[in-house]
Design a protein around this ligand. Structure first.
Ligand code: GLU
Length: 553
């Protein structure tokens, strides 16, 4: 077979040669050790935590080493394409502070290694497929859906590996030029397959093994590929395997960070890199995100776990810094230790390494994220916290946004409540919960949520509030204020101290804590809250008195 002639028959419109592209996309001039990484999401409309997790690894590796991180949109599967998905990818990652140096943008793209949308790289894939045909490493295959289904059924019945390899590839591999020409002339659809050098007939001990140094997993040894996988589908669109190899080569990616679900196809990629004469990138196969479900580890699922979607974190209003901080704790086993010794250092000071990544599953735990969020938010000054909360509200709760905007000073005081001492309160987890937590400060949201303690009768509750209101002086300092509550308690038969009540429960109706809870509920609607005196100072005299008065019946 004259392979050159066949290549011309299959790709008459491809006039560029691989050398042209090699020149067009020269080796990058980068400092020693700098890494070029990429994120290659498919625009399916669903961007998940796994994407962010991988993106974070890419971002750290590139930016820590003065390299480049780019965004490539893998939009070759138009069946899964969702309108607006590229925008979702870009805006979601931007929210989490993942910045790209090149690649796809909301309006076009930037960088000199593009196009960064695979759908625009058709001619490039064609050129390299043509090259493989010329070298006798690829061929057209006209097997119909029916024939493929029959082969598959026969393989399954015989408990053989499925796919096109060895004797199953024979028919297509041995077509003559004339047969191929006639098929094409009669309009028969075909795919272009790799002519694999792997030999399926060998006894297993003689099968060649490939060895790959994975930056996370160490040396991987796997049987070489023997499948004639598809390079170009019948519509000329490349498969993931082919596009990955061509793109990562021409875009000069040094490190390919991707999920462990791609491990199995690594032998295919090794063969493609070899046949194309390209240098292989360093692979970093990340572990899957797992969660504990009734004591068992399982993969996060789109259907069962809303927290898999990145949208969830934006809707709930998690602070990007908290999510990043949390991801680092699952990504690098030494991060937590580093954080303890460097409590105030910016996160980017941490030296992220692939060696410290686990190759087993990475356990995702929302409670842990919440704890970390509390630690992160407590360090953010009130004015910044205000901006963050407002930003969330504008996106998710516009009616709350106008409320927050009405009095910035008031809201900042609320946000700083109990956070200034040396044991600051860690009440805040995410914006949604933050607003719920402080909502009683706004009359429209003020509701009595809790019931008065059972130690206090309804008549007593009204009497406590009446006395409290009568003696209320907004200028009282905290101790004068509490002395008054204690006086009300003792006058009404409640112990001045909880421990007195505990010692002699028969002598009292309850204790001062029960009395102040009645006041707390009147002022805030809740039995648990930060310091009541401080809250009253923020609410102001009129609002405080009005709320107390409302509960006196
Ligand atoms: N488009 C692939 C995916 O979304 C990218 C895999 C890779 O990073 O190579 O899974």
């Amino acid at each position: 077979m004259d392979h050159n002639k066949l290549a011309e028959l299959l790709f008459p419109h491809i006039d560029k040669k691989p050398e042209d592209y090699e020149k067009m996309y020269p080796q990058r001039q980068i400092p020693e050790g700098a890494m070029i990484t990429r994120l290659g999401p498919s625009p399916t409309g669903f961007i998940h935590l796994g994407n962010l997790y991988g993106a974070f690894v890419d971002e750290r590796l590139a930016h820590q080493s003065n390299g480049t991180f780019y965004l490539r949109i893998e939009d070759t599967d138009d069946k899964r394409y969702v309108e607006g998905a590229v925008e979702t990818i870009i805006t979601s990652l931007d929210f989490f502070g993942i910045n790209f140096d090149e690649g796809a943008l909301l309006d076009g793209e930037k960088g000199s290694y593009g196009p960064y949308f695979q759908s625009e790289r058709g001619k490039i894939y064609g050129c390299f497929a043509k090259e493989l045909v010329k070298k006798g490493f690829a061929y057209p295959c006209f097997l119909t859906e029916e024939e493929l289904a029959d082969i598959r059924a026969a393989q399954e019945a015989a408990k053989e590996t499925t796919g096109i390899y060895g004797k199953y590839a024979e028919k297509s591999r041995s077509l003559t030029y004339e047969e191929i020409e006639a098929n094409i002339a009669s309009g028969k659809p075909y795919v272009v397959r790799l002519k694999s050098s792997g030999n399926h007939e060998l006894p297993s001990e003689e099968i060649r093994h490939i060895e790959v140094e994975d930056a996370i997993r160490g040396t991987l040894s796997m049987p070489e590929n023997d499948q004639d996988i598809i390079l170009l589908k019948a519509n000329g669109i490349p498969t993931y395997h082919f596009a990955h190899v061509i793109d990562d080569h021409l875009m000069r990616t040094t490190h390919v960070v991707r999920g462990e679900e791609w491990l199995m196809s690594l032998p295919i990629h090794v063969e493609l890199f070899e046949k194309l004469g390209f240098q292989m990138p360093v692979y970093c196969h990340t572990a899957q995100l797992l969660k504990l479900d009734n004591g068992n580890k399982r993969k996060l699922s789109k259907r069962k776990d809303p927290e898999l979607s990145l949208d969830y974190y934006r809707q709930e209003g998690y602070h990007p810094q908290a999510v990043k901080e949390y991801l680092l704790t699952i990504l690098n086993s030494n991060f937590e230790e580093w954080r303890i010794s460097n409590p105030d250092a910016p996160i980017d000071d941490f030296k992220f390494t692939t060696e410290k990544m686990s190759s087993g599953g990475a356990l995702f735990d929302l409670n842990k994220l919440n704890d970390i969020s509390k630690d992160v938010l407590v360090k953010i000054p009130a004015d910044q916290l205000y901006d963050f909360l407002l930003d969330w509200a504008k996106r998710s709760r516009p009616e709350v946004a106008s409320l927050l905007e009405a009095d910035r000073g008031y809201v900042e005081k609320i946000l700083d409540l109990g956070r200034t001492g040396n044991k600051p309160r860690k009440d805040f987890i995410c914006a949604k919960q933050m607003f719920d937590f402080i909502s009683y400060f706004f009359d429209d949201y003020f509701v009595i949520e809790d019931t008065i303690p059972e130690e206090v009768s309804d008549e007593d509750a009204a009497e406590i509030l009446r006395r409290y209101l009568d003696s209320y002086d907004h200028s009282d300092d905290q101790s004068a204020w509490f002395d008054k509550i204690r006086a009300i308690a003792t006058e009404m038969g409640y112990a001045a101290k909880p421990k007195d009540f505990k010692k002699n429960p028969d002598q009292y109706k309850g204790h001062v804590g029960h009395v102040s809870t009645v006041i707390r509920i009147a002022v805030m609607g809740r039995s648990q809250s930060p310091d009541v005196w401080e809250i009253q100072q923020i609410l102001g005299e009129d609002r405080t008195k009005e709320r107390i008065g409302m509960l006196i019946v």
